[in-house]
Design a protein around this ligand. Structure first.
Ligand code: ATP
Length: 452
């Protein structure tokens, strides 16, 4: 792995993603739509599994968190209250010569000071503020009266429903609300594959606490989010914390940390943990005229506007992180002068798009039928694939590239004594297991999984 030629790059990921059906460029036959990507058969399985992993972690494993699915289209006043209409802007500069558009906060300071394009050396325009929200129109007339935004974050859907949920589900502070859904931002710089897109998905959890308890729960949620990635089997030396300095803090935040991942293009934000204080609820109280106070019945009906700790993750960005983290090129054999390499995606079995592939050694002599029968027995519990085409070694490599952790091979011994071989993706070791014990065997392997 020390060979730099064998290291993961964005080009390799983009090409593997297309070749194997993880991610395709949106509207490719029309030349592509920038900032938008389509998830293919393997990509949607990976994305769904990551979402389920997060959802289970947040809701099933935390007794005090419930879920919500709010609409993408919200009352436009929401975005005035949240500060997005006034503040959700990126500073932009354009190069007068090569016409490239940059985010002023993403180019070197000396270029900005000298108004010199980092690409071609041409002259840059003054910095302009540009709002990132997509606007559209609701209703039959398009005269501005039906202005509506595509939500730029899922969080506000949670804030405007917080009182509904307290009442309907008798939630007691501290408690959280989790939500996964699409968000839209008119991003100008959308290179780097699915890292930054105009349409993406977020997995957000807003945790409501008593003012004064916020710092304690902020630390708690930082620790919980770190542990999540350990559980997901991510290479922890590629993760680090970045605390926002005073210039970086969003208009609502008292304190904020990002978890950064070392992507092929460098260290970048993966998700954020933010102390949003009572900013959002107070603003909604002001703009809607509705009382947003929580009534603490266990403490003499004390009233207060809760503080909010937010954990805000990008689902699609986490998919990119996992593609990048899983990718390995390994030397598997020395064939005289020629080295034999394999590309293997080492996804954790809990998120791998396919968990088990069933492969008959030959199509003939009833092996294919037997393999189908064995696959049938696994389907209820596992995502399976079936492949009978080509040499067995080639079929293993195909599964390695898809990131399938286990391949079950059916051969003549299976007919004789009912045993199959299970090939482990990471170690490439093979074990013989009786077909009736396959389900339990795989369950134990997945539970004990550690990346090799
Ligand atoms: P940036 O400053 O990089 O534009 P941000 O700090 O404003 O992003 P947040 O608003 O905190 O990002 O969003 C929370 C999470 O949502 C991010 O950590 C990221 O995982 C995801 N996210 C935000 N914008 C995008 C995007 N354009 N494409 C994909 N994921 C995104």
């Amino acid at each position: 792995m020390s060979d730099p030629e064998r290291a993961v790059t964005m080009e390799k990921l983009t090409s593997l993603a297309k070749r194997r059906g993880f991610v395709f460029q949106s509207s490719e036959i029309y030349g592509g739509q920038s900032g938008a990507w389509d998830y293919g058969p393997l990509g949607i399985e990976l994305k769904n599994r990551v979402q389920r992993f997060w959802w289970k972690e947040m809701t099933q494993l935390h007794d005090d968190i419930v879920g919500l699915d709010a609409a993408i289209l919200m009352h436009p006043r929401v975005w005035e209250a949240s500060g997005h209409v006034a503040n959700f802007t990126d500073p932009l500069v354009d190069c007068k010569k090569c016409k490239t558009r940059f985010r002023a906060d993403q180019i070197p300071e000396e270029n900005l000071a000298q108004k010199k394009c980092p690409d071609c050396g041409g002259e840059l325009t003054d910095t302009r503020k540009f709002n990132l929200m997509f606007k559209t129109n609701i209703g039959p007339v398009d005269d501005g009266s039906g202005l509506i935004y595509l939500r730029p974050e899922t969080a506000q859907g949670i804030y405007v429903n917080y009182k509904n949920i307290v009442q309907s589900n008798r939630m007691k502070i501290p408690f959280g609300i989790a939500q996964v859904g699409k968000a839209f931002r008119n991003e100008i710089v959308t290179k780097n594959f699915i890292f930054r897109t105009c349409e993406f998905e977020q997995m957000e959890m807003q945790y409501f606490v008593k003012p004064g308890d916020d710092e304690k729960f902020f630390d708690y949620w930082r620790q919980q989010r770190w542990a999540y990635f350990e559980k997901l089997g991510v290479r922890m030396d590629r993760l680090r914390w970045h605390r926002h300095g005073p210039d970086e803090l969003a208009h609502y935040a008292k304190d904020a940390y990002d978890i950064e991942y070392e992507f092929p293009m460098g260290w970048k934000e993966l998700e954020g943990v933010h102390n949003r204080t009572d900013f959002d609820l107070k603003r909604h109280q002001e703009f809607s005229g509705k009382d947003m106070q929580y009534i603490d019945q266990e403490n003499g009906n004390e009233r207060f506007v809760p503080y909010i700790i937010e954990t805000s993750a990008g689902l699609t960005r986490q998919v990119l992180m996992l593609l990048s983290d899983a990718y390995e090129e390994e030397k598997v054999a020395d064939k005289g002068n020629e080295d034999d390499w394999r590309t293997v995606m080492k996804f954790h079995p809990l998120v791998a798009p396919v968990t088990v592939a069933v492969l008959p050694l030959m199509k003939k002599d009833g092996l294919a039928e037997l393999a189908q029968e064995i696959r049938q027995g696994l389907k209820e519990d596992y995502a399976t694939d079936y492949d009978q085409a080509g040499a067995i070694g080639r079929r293993y490599r195909r599964q390695d590239e898809a990131g399938t952790p286990y391949c079950v091979t059916i051969d003549y011994d299976t007919k004789e004594n009912g045993t199959v071989t299970v090939r482990d993706r990471d170690s490439m070791e093979q074990e013989r297991v009786h077909k009736d014990e396959l389900g339990a065997y795989l369950r134990n392997k997945i539970k004990a999984y550690r990346r090799k």
